[in-house]
Design a binder for this molecule. Structure first.
Ligand code: PGA
Length: 244
């Protein structure tokens, strides 16, 4: 199980530092769960320093697809890699909807991350309208086809299913819906890549809490979580981590 925390644009450096101090003293390494954090990129030097020699992994929330060039305000994968990251989050719904990132851009980002020898965590998920009109699986298919269009083998890919309507809303997808979508993604991966598709971790995200995580963790093909709000306090992150 991968227990991933997406801090989004939260915390100051001193708050991040205090969080890591508390986390390191309280987190007992687990043979079955991997802790993974996505802080704002400006905290990566702090994460690198604080987490050296610990079993806690960390990554970036975004990247540019080019290695360098005239892209004001952007960060390339080789730059991020220097800080010891393992993973880059690609296509989070906030990147897609607030920052208008397209599937074509995301495919290039996935490819850039793989080229650097890192792991892309691609987020997919339907919005409220698509759900209501029964278009969930069409949307997921489209996002997988496009986002993974430049990928040859799925070895270091991770996928997160995050229904857009469940992110930060307190609404959680039902166990049946999560099961159905995760099974669909698994079948899609196996159809494309055969047995290698079986090893791709599939995470669920969207209003995940210490209260609902146990039920969701027990669903077939749920191999971890992507947690936003509930990861901002060490105590609630740890409760989730320990429950799996
Ligand atoms: P949430 O966010 O847990 O606050 O709903 C999840 C995410 O955006 O990854």
């Amino acid at each position: 199980m991968i227990v991933a925390a997406n801090w989004k644009m939260n915390k100051t450096l001193s708050e991040a530092q205090a969080y890591l101090t508390e986390l390191k003293s309280a987190l007992a390494p687990s043979p079955t769960a991997q802790a993974l954090f996505f802080p704002p990129a400006v905290f990566l030097p702090c994460f690198q320093k604080e987490l050296q020699g610990t079993p806690i992994f960390f990554g970036a929330q975004n990247c540019h697809f080019e290695a360098s060039g005239a892209f004001t305000g952007e960060m390339s994968v080789p730059m991020l890699k220097d800080f010891g990251i393992s993973t880059v989050l690609i296509g989070h719904s906030e990147r897609r909807h607030i920052f208008s990132e397209t599937d074509a851009m995301l495919a290039k980002k996935v490819s850039a991350v793989l080229k650097a020898g890192l792991s892309p965590l691609l987020c997919v998920g339907e919005n409220e309208d698509e759900r209501v009109f029964g278009k969930t699986l069409d949307r997921i298919t489209h996002q997988l086809e496009q986002g993974l269009s430049l990928v040859e083998t799925p070895e270091s890919i991770v996928i997160a299913y995050e229904p857009v309507w469940a992110i930060g809303t307190g609404k959680v997808a039902s166990a049946k819906d999560i099961w159905r979508v995760h099974q669909f993604i698994r079948d899609w991966l196996v159809q494309k890549w055969g047995d290698s598709g079986l090893a791709v971790p599939l995470l669920y995200g969207g209003s995940l809490t210490a209260q609902n995580c146990k039920e969701i963790a027990a669903i077939e093909n749920v191999n971890g979580f992507l947690i936003g709000g509930a990861s901002l306090k060490v105590s609630s992150y740890l409760e989730i981590f320990q429950s799996v």
